[in-house]
Each structure stands twice: as C-alpha cells, then as structure tokens.
Ligand binder design. Sequence first.
Ligand code: PEP
Length: 271
Amino acid sequence: MRVRVPGRETDNCRATAMPPESRHRRPLLVANWKMNGLHADGLALASALAGHAAAGEGGDIVVCPPATLLFALRAVFAGSAVALGGQDCHTAAAGAHTGDVSASMLADAGCTHVIVGHSERRAGHGEGDETVAEKAAAAHGAGLTAIVCVGESAADRDSGHALTVIGRQVEGSLPDGAAPENTAIAYEPVWAIGSGRTPGPADIAAAHAEVRAGWERRFSGSGAALRVLYGGSVTARNAGEILAVPGVDGVLVGGASLSADTFWQICRAWR
Ligand code: PEP
C-alpha cells in the first residue's frame, strides 16, 4: 500500500507492521457518522451493521450517530455487540445551552462513549484543549468513556512540529481522573480527515508513541493500557495495515462508516 504525507513520501506499512497475533488487546472500532443520516437511512445502516456484528469477531464497536438517532439506534443495537456513542457533549450537566447535549443526556439515550475534541469541533466551534478537557470530565462524570481527539494540521507537519503539537494537545485535553478505563485517545491528523490521504506507518507509530508519552507526562504513570486509535481516511483497503502498526489499538472512521459492509470489513481487518 502506498501512503502519502504532505511534503513527505513514506514507506509502505509492511515495514513496521506487527503481526495481528501479537496484539495485546481487542481494538476499539468507532464509527463517526457526523451530520449524516435521516431516520430511515440511519435505521437501515444500523440494522445492517447489527446483522454483521451478530457474527462476532469485530472487536469492540461503537457507533456515534447524530443525536437525533440515538434513541432509535439504542433499540436496534440492544443485545448486539455494537455500543452507542455521542459525537460531542457540553461541559455542563444541564442548563441554558441552546442546541447542546449533555453527557448525562447521552448516557440516558444509551451511550457508553462520547467523542470530544474532534478537529471539526475544534475548528468549527473554537474549542481549545481546556474546553476539551472539561468535556471529557463531563463525560466521565456521566459514566461515559471519552474518546479524546488530537492531531496536527498540515502546516504543523510540514514545519516539523507535528509531535510537539500532538503531545501538547494530549497533555492539555485530559482532565484529572482520566484513566485507561474511561478514556481513549484518537490520533487524527487534520489533513488526513476526509482527504483520502493517510500518514505512513512510521509517522503513525511515532504519533501514537507521542500520545502515550504525553499521557505519561500528564499523569506521571504508564500509558501502556491506554487505547490509542488512529483516524483519518481509514478504508477497507488500508485498515488492516493501519491496525497492524505498533501502538494502534483501533480506528475512528468517518466516511467509510456510512456503509455497513465497508465498516464491517474495517471491523474485521485486525484479525
Ligand atoms: C473523522 O471524522 O474522525 C474521520 C476520521 O473521518 P474520515 O474517516 O472520513 O477521514
């Protein structure tokens, strides 16, 4: 597989691939539907995925649909291997925040996870690390696992500052009380999201190592048990090789999660 980084050509994934049997934990496979899916389409997509998941072997799967679909999908995924997640939550538990959704509302709707700090929230809603940490704390307070997103821009990478930015975001976006049991971190280079471009395996491995190092600096302890996901233009074609990169414990998938068949191929790619 040829993979490209802006301004830098990299090797193929096999160079640093780790055999699947040497993985030490089941991967976390997260579908981010973003602002896609009316009721009928969302139900059809979820039903098809639940059907696939009934066969097992898909890792730990979380679907994050638009908030309007949460209650409907809760029924579809009940008793299946698929868990439900929110795409964002407010920092507050309740109050005068028109248009927002709280972490406890997500939990009430059947969510076990919530994405916070997605680059589209950071860029489109001006959310910085401090806000992201507050959102992660709100998620923890509601009993949810926070999937905290970090990742460098193309300019950061081209100027050689990618790892510095990643480390700073990790340290700044995690609240006190974060632990591998209630937190996962998604490394999502901004330039890779929705672009069809992915970093090379060496760059992914280095970024994930920096995520873990940032965690260790933040908490003065081991990040070995932390699940670190890769996100950005994951497809059925590249998922197996990305999931085999050392330090990759799962994937966060946007566009390719809008097809049940494709997302299921991704879910099975680690085996
Ligand atoms: C995302 O939105 O988190 C994402 C990774 O999107 P895509 O898979 O479409 O690049």
